[in-house]
Design a protein around this ligand. Sequence first.
Ligand code: AR6
Length: 231
Amino acid sequence: KAAVSFSDNAVTEINEHKDQMKGMVKDASASLGDAPTLAFPSISTSDFQFNHEKASDIIIEKVEEFLDKIGNARLVFVDLTHRSKILTLVKEKASKRNIDPNKFFTFVGDITQLYSQGGLRCNVIANAANWRLKPGGGGVNAAIFSAAGAALEVATKEQANTLLPGRALVVSLPSNSPLFGKEGVTHVIHVLGPNMNPQRPNCLKNDYATGCKILRDAYTSLFEGFVSIVR
Ligand code: AR6
């Protein structure tokens, strides 16, 4: 057998290469989107008619607060179209505040088809729910309950029948749900935001002092729920 010996320099070089390779593998898995990711819609700004300027300020404030607490996980703000006013506001404000675009970004798409249609892996999605935690009612709530099938309704009801404004409920999605199989979603977090729509229950009648407090609480509960899953 031939004995092979390396000089100290060669050994150092080999070790440097090893470190480089490790770095490349890490980058590759990060770019494949393996990082735990929460996709969330704008809470309360559509059917619940909450002011978009105020809501976007609160979203940015809460994202900045939580980015420090979620390690390598990511937060993604989602809406259906590029014409979305709230999406534009959030995007502009995030860029002004120099928020790390690898950890927080906006994305246009249907939150129930982020992987199959958009190639974006999100293991957790948030729902702008109603207080009865019921399917239907339009908006993102109807879309999520319909895409997730009966499994989500059953799993939700096992945990709670109602939700208070400003609170969130983490639901683990059964693996027989199409959202789990097709999209890789393992958890749905229901969030109930403040309501400014007189046609809906618990209307705050333009009381934005209370409304902003509830919206802050809602995003805090949502992001804390995500932290509890990631941990
Ligand atoms: N994918 C991504 N974003 C969506 C989708 C979707 N499939 N559908 C709607 N959005 P809303 P709210 C966006 O009205 O104001 C429900 O009926 C939408 O463009 O769903 O909190 C519930 O049952 C908007 O930016 O929620 C409640 O009663 C955002 O999602 C009530 O509406 C939230 O719009 C809650 O009202």
